[in-house]
Design a protein around this ligand. Structure first.
Ligand code: FES
Length: 154
């Protein structure tokens, strides 16, 4: 992330250290993860210790310190989704993407993550693609999503 982009994010929050969480959310929205250099710059510009930023970034599961792909695929591994076939869907994704859960494809297009119950058990298995919930997921449905995501890559 360029220093200018980061500056504009910080300005949006009046360079207020109390707004650290929304600042980190905006950085992650732009980069899909929290680059170390950006965190160092935030610490410097807001005059707060870098350890405080890391404490927040590691406390919230939604933040990632590891580079992630352009598309984030999250599969619920909660009990309800699991018994409805969640594991079968993960297996298919692992084969299609050729990565393990927690991994990112070499071309940085996809990151596959497993998550705990998302609170929408009645609609399980749940898969979240780039923040959008997809209920009653099954392999053919995933095939369609995967094809669409691949197509939009140009
Ligand atoms: S177990 Fe998947 S949403 Fe609850």
């Amino acid at each position: 992330m360029s220093a200018e982009t980061l500056d504009s994010i910080l300005e949006r929050y009046d360079n207020n250290p109390a707004q650290l969480i929304p600042i980190l959310q905006d950085v992650q929205r732009a980069e899909n993860y929290l680059p170390r250099e950006s965190l160092e710059l935030i610490a410097e510009k807001l005059a707060i210790p870098i350890v405080r930023i890391y404490a927040v970034a590691t406390f919230y599961k939604a933040f990632s310190l590891k580079p992630r792909g352009k598309h984030i695929i999250q599969v619920c591994m909660g009990t309800a989704c699991h018994v409805r076939g969640g594991a079968r869907i993960v297996d298919k994704m692992v084969r299609d993407l050729n990565i393990k859960p927690g991994g990112t494809t070499k071309d940085m297009k996809f990151t596959l993550e497993t998550v705990n119950c998302l609170g929408a058990c009645a609609l399980g298995p749940i898969v979240v693609v780039d923040g959008e919930y997809h209920g009653q997921m099954n392999p053919p449905k995933w095939d369609k999503i995967y094809k669409t995501l691949n197509k939009t890559e140009g």
